[in-house]
Design a protein around this ligand. Structure first.
Ligand code: RVP
Length: 486
């Protein structure tokens, strides 16, 4: 029957990268990329919009390492706005006035000491009622008074010859000022000496530690946010709060209602809009004219049961390659979402045509990820669940899978609730992931992601070849940081 003349579709384990002539050492490989038309990253990695993967801690960690965290949408809009603001403020050079802890000259030493302790700061600009900067007070200034003059006023103890700077100060200048005058903080003032912000040494050092952080045009960390396909309110709120990329969060974006609504959202916001998930060239063709990025993945996720529950899906390497062919015509970036277990899978997804990859389970066990720590048989795990699982849908994500009935009781889930081994920090996981990807680029002899996409070729692997590729005929005695047997 013609019905049975079916095309083959491949996934990660079906293919390997053909090794090629190379002069590229892994450290030389440039892994910077575009995640959407206007947003660049320094590593091609995104953390999934899932309630056990990405809230602000994960997003801050991702952006500090050069990637992008995508906030999940199982939270109300207000909470999401606060999360976006937290990410945006995290590594700002100049702390905004409203977030600067200040002292008044009439406060007592005891009061200011308590206040600094509560606010977790070790110094504060001293301002009068009009916010004019009069001085600065630090732990060092007040220490001598604590024994003998707790009721003395701040004006007695403060340093009144205060070094200030204007709003256009750059990180390097701020650091030079601090070194020259041996100070820890520089109040930022306008022409009338009114306080408008603060630069701290701690903030500067944090920024220096993360040289490869992904920043927006204002020097703030980049931030992504998931929005439901029909959630225009959430989209505009996230946009106004400063999210750089909105992700239309849908399990089947080749739904024409979803596409119509995504177009409307795109017109209503300034942020880039990534549309997904899709898995075929036909779906890509429907969105390529307006999407700033296309996200690919129908059923590859580790916690996803879409393929078994619905019988529909596309093995991920074929899905990415099909979509990438269409996206390339309009120069729209492609994100491969789901199914990545090892760094080798991630770089294969890029070879298939993706510009960046999104992972859930890989990050769910990290310290930064939300979710409970569970102990089983003396080992630590963290909760990891699909957004289409019963648990996640009950706490709000029901419309992603469009299956909940009126009272929300009888879900037909397309995901499971699981646990994943507790890992270390996000930074150490990313180090392994990106390190492996760089090595893959070395094997292919490509110095950049675009060059790698161009130059890489696949070979097809048999099941014997697959077995050969994993450790075999040995008993693993020590855990490797980047490999665990399935
Ligand atoms: P993985 O990295 O394999 O854990 O997959 C993560 C991806 O799985 C997510 O980015 C999302 O596209 C998909 N997902 C999330 N929830 C579900 C589900 O419940 N089916 N699937």
């Amino acid at each position: 029957s013609e019905k049975l003349e079916v095309p083959e579709a491949l996934t990660f384990d079906d293919v390997l990268l053909r090794p090629k002539e190379s002069r590229i050492e892994p450290d030389d490989a440039d892994v910077s990329t575009r995640v959407s038309k206007n947003v660049e990253l320094n590593i091609p990695i995104l953390s999934a919009a899932m309630d056990t993967v990405t809230e602000s801690d994960t997003a801050i960690g991702m952006a500090r390492e050069g990637g992008l965290g995508v906030l999940h949408r199982n939270m109300d809009i207000e909470t999401m706005v606060a999360e976006i603001e937290r990410i945006k403020r995290a590594d700002e050079l100049v702390i905004d006035r409203e977030n600067v802890v200040t002292a008044s000259p009439e406060q007592t030493i005891a009061e200011v000491d308590t206040m600094m302790g509560q606010e977790g700061v070790s110094g504060a600009p001293v301002v009068d009622d009009d916010d004019t900067v009069l001085g600065i007070i630090s732990g060092t200034d007040i220490r001598p008074y604590l024994e003998v003059g707790e009721t003395d006023e701040v004006r007695e103890a403060m340093t009144d010859e205060v070094i200030t700077a204007g709003v256009d100060i750059e990180a390097r200048e701020a650091l030079e000022l601090m070194y020259e005058y041996k100070i820890e903080r520089v109040p930022i003032v306008d022409d009338d000496d009114t306080l408008v912000g603060l630069v701290t040494m701690q903030g500067l050092l944090q920024r220096r530690e993360n040289q490869d952080a992904a920043h927006d045009g204002d020097g703030q960390l980049v931030c992504g946010a998931a929005v439901g396909p029909f959630e225009t309110d959430r989209a505009t709120a996230a946009d106004e709060a400063g999210a750089d990329v909105l992700f239309i969060d849908c399990a089947h974006a080749h739904n024409l209602n979803v596409i119509e609504s995504a177009r409307e959202i795109k017109d209503a916001v300034e942020a880039d809009v990534v549309v997904g998930n899709v898995g075929t060239s036909e779906a890509a063709a429907e969105v390529v004219d307006f999407a700033d990025g296309i996200k690919v993945g129908i059923g590859p996720g580790s916690i996803c049961t879409t393929r078994v529950v619905t019988g529909a899906g596309m093995p991920q390497i074929t899905a990415v390659a099909e979509v990438a062919d269409v996206a390339a015509q309009e120069d729209v970036p492609v994100i491969a979402d789901g199914g990545i277990r090892y760094s080798g899978d991630a770089i294969k997804a890029i070879a298939a045509g993706a510009d960046a990859v999104m992972l859930g389970s890989y990050f769910a066990g990290t310290e930064e990820a939300p979710g409970r720590v569970i102990t089983m048989n003396g080992k630590k795990y963290k909760q990891y669940r699909g957004m289409g699982s019963v648990g996640a849908m009950k706490s709000g994500g029901g419309d992603r899978y469009l299956k909940d009935d009126e009272d929300g009781e009888e879900f037909v889930p397309e995901g499971v609730e699981a646990a994943t081994p507790y890992k270390g920090t996000l930074a150490s996981e990313l180090h392994q992931l990106v390190g492996g990807m760089r090595s893959g680029m070395g094997y292919v002899g490509a110095a950049t992601i675009p060059e790698f996409k161009e130059r890489s070729e696949f070979v097809r692997v048999s099941s014997a070849g697959q077995t050969e590729g994993h450790p075999h005929d040995v008993m693993i005695t020590d855990e490797a940081p980047n490999y665990s047997p399935d």
